[in-house]
Design a binder for this molecule. Structure first.
Ligand code: PAF
Length: 282
């Protein structure tokens, strides 16, 4: 696996792939890789001639008082995992290489970026959209892979890709879970022992809400309210728990069929997010 740390190094490597007419799949990450990330690489390998991955803990998607400084950085282990997984090229830029000291442009995907997680983390999705846009311009992939665990991020990146005419196919990959249902996340390492035992209740609440929706006997608001009470009683501080249309993440209406239940909740100092998408037969 080749490792490059600058835009110039990346361009040289990508240009050799392009000259050989090779299709490039891209897997952007913030490192601290787990099985969910490796599943993205596995899927990427099946769809292209070359897989380019990036590791960049992007400061612009962290708010004031969030965990940018504490975010787990495990570069050596990550490099090994990506090499074993068969990544061809790893891009490891510095903050200075990505933004310099005078970057003025921000990509903002209107409406979608201020809902749900965006309401609690102002500016977060502008940071995500901006860095993904820059990475797309740098890597120029044919396809890019994102986990469905970050469902709102996925919807925003799809909108940005379409609106800015990137000729890139966005592929989504299933959420990988621990055996007790907890969605894999780099932030799970913040959980204490007791919190770790409680954490799968977030997924249990999502499954229960989905099942209620499929039964169709209870009002959406009651389903959301009961889930929040369940989570509070389990020791979480719920941020939001909402049944939405999968396409635009607005409140689900009676006639909508492609739905997603999105949830975020704090357990101690750890903010967990998860979701379940499903289709209702009408
Ligand atoms: O999902 C992530 O790890 C990040 O938000 C991403 C897409 C790599 C952008 O920094």
């Amino acid at each position: 696996m080749q490792i490059v740390r600058t835009l110039l190094g990346l361009r040289e490597a990508v240009n050799t792939y392009k000259a050989a007419n090779e299709r490039i799949a891209f897997v952007p990450t913030m490192g601290n890789l787990h099985a969910g990330h490796l599943k993205l690489v596995e899927e990427a390998k099946l769809s292209a001639d070359r897989v380019v991955a990036s590791i960049f803990v992007n400061p612009t998607q962290f708010g004031v008082g969030e965990d940018f400084a504490a975010y787990p950085r495990t570069e050596v282990e990550d490099e090994q995992k990506l090499a074993v997984a068969g990544v061809d090229l790893l891009f490891l830029p510095s903050v200075d290489d990505m933004y310099g000291d005078s970057a003025k442009t921000v990509i903002s995907v209107k409406n979608l970026s201020t809902l749900h997680c965006g309401a609690s983390r102002p500016g977060h999705f502008d940071g995500v959209a901006t860095v993904v846009c820059k990475l797309f311009n740098r890597v120029q992939p044919n396809l890019a892979f994102f986990g469905r665990k970050d469902f709102q991020q996925l919807v925003i990146i799809r909108a940005m890709t379409k609106d800015l005419d990137f000729p890139i196919e966005i592929k989504s990959v299933e959420t990988i879970r621990e055996s007790d249902g907890l969605a894999m996340s780099s932030r799970n390492s913040y959980l204490g022992l007791e919190e770790r035992k409680t954490a799968p209740k977030l997924y249990q609440a999502l499954c229960a809400a989905r099942d209620e929706m499929l039964m169709g006997k209870k009002a959406v608001q009651a389903i959301e309210q009961d889930a929040k009470i369940f989570l509070q009683n389990a020791g979480f501080i719920p941020d939001y728990f909402t049944v939405c249309r999968a396409s635009d993440l607005l409140n689900a209406r009676q006639e909508d069929t492609d739905l997603v239940v999105l949830a975020a909740a704090k357990l101690g100092k750890t903010r967990l997010i998860d979701n379940i998408a499903f289709t209702v037969a009408r």
